[in-house]
Write a protein that binds this ligand. Sequence first.
Ligand SMILES: Cc1cc2nc3c(=O)[nH]c(=O)nc-3n(C[C@H](O)[C@H](O)[C@H](O)COP(=O)(O)OP(=O)(O)OC[C@H]3O[C@@H](n4cnc5c(N)ncnc54)[C@H](O)[C@@H]3O)c2cc1C
Length: 523
Amino acid sequence: MSTAGQNDGAIREVLVVGGGTAGWLTACHLARKLRPTEPGGVRVRLVESPDIPTIGVGEGTVPAVRQSLQYLGISETEFIRECDATFKQSIKFCGWMQDASHYYHHVFDYPQRDPLDLTPYWLMGQAGERSYAETVGIQAAMCDAGLAPKQITQPEFAGVTNYAYHLDAGKFSALLTRHATQKLGVELIKANVEQVHLTPAGDIDRLSTDRCGDLHADFYVDCSGFSSLLLGQALEVPFIDRSDVLLADHALAVQVPYPEENSPIPCETLATALPGGWVWDIGLVSRRGTGYVYSSNHISHEQAEQQLLDYLRASLGERAEQYSARRIPMKVGYRDSFWARNCAAIGLSQGFVEPLEATGLLMFDATARMLAEQFPAHRDLMPLLSERFNHRVRFAWERVIDFIKLHYCISDRDDSEFWRDNRRTETIPETLRENLAIWRHQPPSDYDFSSRLEIFNLENYLYVLYGMNFPTQMDAIGYRYGQPADALKSAQRIAQSAAQAGEHLLSHRELIQRIHQYGLQPI
Ligand SMILES: Cc1cc2nc3c(=O)[nH]c(=O)nc-3n(C[C@H](O)[C@H](O)[C@H](O)COP(=O)(O)OP(=O)(O)OC[C@H]3O[C@@H](n4cnc5c(N)ncnc54)[C@H](O)[C@@H]3O)c2cc1C
């Protein structure tokens, strides 16, 4: 028996608790690294409840997921076919400024910086009249034209532009389950965990289940969702509530059809601001996933339902009334530590912020991989490794919160208390306030994002700041940028390339259809 504290200190067995996307992705990362089927490898098991449903939302991703699929050995064709998946090149923010017609793209391609950084010239009005994203790259125009990010002849995971996916969360979990159990050697146990037993020293000793007896392991990963069964409940690691910064605390989620059978599939997540929050609208192959993230301290649940219905009516007419949304309370914040004793938490059990930038999968994918890479060879290493893990993951959460808050606090919307409260200084983290103070007088630079652990970097900030007309005063530093003619030429070349992109790229729906029919070339 390999009960914690009763063996020679080697870590031979790990047990993941919870079979949502976080649990299965964690199991895949652990098994890929710890090689359960090889002699000397670590046994990886996952226990999931046959009764407690997964959260069932989480359809937007960021480009890092592509590297993970590739690393885990999942084929892109198989993923697209089985997960109802589509491509995502941007988040299109509509109505985030007082001018209701305003929109901007947060695209995934880097803004052009070579041979010339166009940002300062755009800020000085010397790079043409187009929006920031249209000036520094072709991707915003490609999204507006409904073009796919790659050609059918390109191999899996390669693209003309940088891209992520929209996916069906339930189908993605099912694909990960098959991959983990059939290809990576993860063992699945179907049971409800009823009790968590601790050793006298306070480590997790074993879990009692309703139908598979007691389960022992040397190391546990809590992927039990918002309930945080192991880390939160059994080990009593407190939750740090960050609803003082991010004010939305509920979501209404509903799956709806396209207006017509063959409607174009948007290649971006639509994020439309409303008086009490914002609506996500994600196009999969066969349906849309939509939902309203809102603050119940600013609007009632009934008002939120009505506002979401009004939003859906704009595309579906009276048909919108057939669909009723599921209300999901959201606990915004993160655990005081993410790895305590012989247990780490990944997924909703670790922390959560609203899905504005699809940070859910991004955070648990990044932390699962970090855990797998740094997995302790021996119990004695746990205190040191856990301290480092906690430091890194906390830093990542804090930076994610800064970035989400940015979208709210630089808005000039003045039509409701929700938007005005979001600008109150005391709701803005100090790190973000400091950055904004600097960026009022000079554009952001790589040195503002110098940690390898940053989740969002210079390019992400540039698209949001200047998509939202953030006023960087260039008068005092204009002398540093002496190539306005080259900047204008460069911007014109980009506009030409964007106009020509349609000649060699299919529409998004057409590419998806062809992938279903023919597949992509495996790498
Ligand atoms: C409104 C909303 C929108 C979101 N949108 C996005 C998005 O666009 N992009 C994104 O990346 N993320 C998004 N997320 C986050 C994303 O949904 C989650 O991070 C992701 O689904 C992972 O959830 P999880 O696996 O941690 O938890 P869950 O899906 O809740 O899974 C928990 C698992 O634990 C099991 N379990 C619980 N208790 C027990 C027990 N006693 N015994 C055995 N098993 C147990 C359950 O059966 C289940 O299998 C969103 C979240 C919300 C709330």
